[in-house]
Design a protein around this ligand. Structure first.
Ligand code: MRU
Length: 351
């Protein structure tokens, strides 16, 4: 059993990613040389998943400042500020993106370092630290979550939350991975996750690599497998959690949570603390990305709807905290009341 996926690589100033749009047919690594390449890669979902886009954006900022001709620390910080703002516009929903670039800016501004060269090296080290930490965080989420699973179960998951979406192991995927190591995964129901099929294309690919038993279903089948008593638990990831526990995740997550409540199935969100946005009090304030209509009207360049069909394509939805059984974080499983219990995690770091 292996879990070798490494979606983002940084090697001596070179940033490489797996182009996730080509999976599973083709495993192709592409090099991103400047912030504009990183912006494009995030925007077109070549690199995707909240923690992975945070990591990629941090390296995107480093690419800018390592290659800057800035003559002073002040000039370099001003360039970094502008690049951070630019990178943040690539995708609006996942808070990890702004969290990561802001973390680099804070290190630069607080360092007191006057040499632009040394200042950019500090930022590079911080980006590498964010990347390395994410691996530990994901491992820890997996261990804590797997303790909830004490017998062989069937788990339903949505979208892709594995190593492709993170530094390594994943979030919800890491829970499944660690539960499988304890021989406690009977089956994983994988929602295909329309429109971009992250479940069908990516989660199945990762589950197969890890030798974990699964069945792919279309999103509309989730209710029926719950009705057939074939789902013991639902675990999903998140792009942003509001301070009260309302949770944005891939479109379709909310429907699953409503179905889970009707069928009395525990519904867990696996979330690193970096995905909690304490500045937003509830889910209505989470910005929801809307994507182009072609993602709905076409599959792999093949039209499946009449030309010029009116379309609504929100990429995420918000699940109210009241439908969530718990948050699986790197510090353990957080139970309700979420507002008070999540607040205790504020500012905590694992490593
Ligand atoms: O649009 P995507 O593929 O980036 O959406 C990803 C998700 O919704 C994931 O569930 C979320 O980012 C958590 S990944 C650990």
């Amino acid at each position: 059993m292996s879990i070798a996926v490494e979606s983002v690589r940084w090697n001596n100033g070179e940033l490489t990613i797996i182009d996730q749009t080509l999976l599973p047919e083709e495993v192709k690594y592409i090099q991103l040389k400047k912030p504009e390449d990183v912006w494009q890669a995030i925007n077109r979902l070549a690199v995707r998943g909240a923690p992975a886009i945070g990591i990629a954006a941090a390296y995107g900022l480093v690419l800018k400042i390592l290659n800057s001709g800035a003559k002073s620390a002040e000039e370099l910080i001003s360039e970094a500020d502008q690049t951070a703002e630019y990178l943040k516009t690539s995708r609006p929903t996942a808070v990890n993106l702004s969290w990561a670039v802001e973390r680099l800016l804070t290190v630069m501004k607080n360092s007191g370092e006057q040499s632009p060269d040394r200042l950019s090296r500090l930022a590079e080290q911080e980006a590498i630290r964010i990347h390395r930490e994410d691996k530990e965080i994901c491992r820890s989420i997996g261990k804590h979550g797997s303790e909830l699973i004490t017998r062989p179960v069937q788990i339903l998951t949505h979208c892709n939350t594995g190593g492709l979406a993170t530094g390594q192991f994943g979030t919800a995927f890491s829970v499944i991975f660690h539960a499988h190591q304890n021989s406690n995964i009977h089956n994983v129901w994988v929602d295909e996750t329309r429109p971009l099929l992250q479940g069908a294309r990516l989660t199945t690919w990762e589950l197969r690599q890890a030798d974990i038993p699964f069945s792919l279903i279309s999103d509309s089948m989730a209710g029926m497998v719950m009705q057939q008593n074939a789902v013991d638990m639902i675990i999903v990831g998140t792009d942003r959690v509001a301070a009260n526990g309302d949770t944005a995740n891939k479109i379709g997550t909310y429907s699953l949570a409503v179905l889970a409540q009707y069928h009395r199935i525990p519904f867990y969100v696996a979330a690193p603390v970096s995905s909690i946005d304490f500045s937003i009090s509830h889910g209505d304030d989470i910005p929801i990305e809307e994507r182009e209509s072609r993602e709905i009207t076409h599959i792999k360049n093949q039209a499946i709807a009449p030309a010029d069909c009116p379309v609504y394509n929100p990429a995420f939805d918000v699940t109210p905290a009241s439908l969530i059984s718990g948050f699986i974080t790197e510090f353990g499983v957080i139970a309700p009341p979420f507002e008070a219990n999540l607040r205790k995690l504020r500012g905590r770091v694992l490593v």
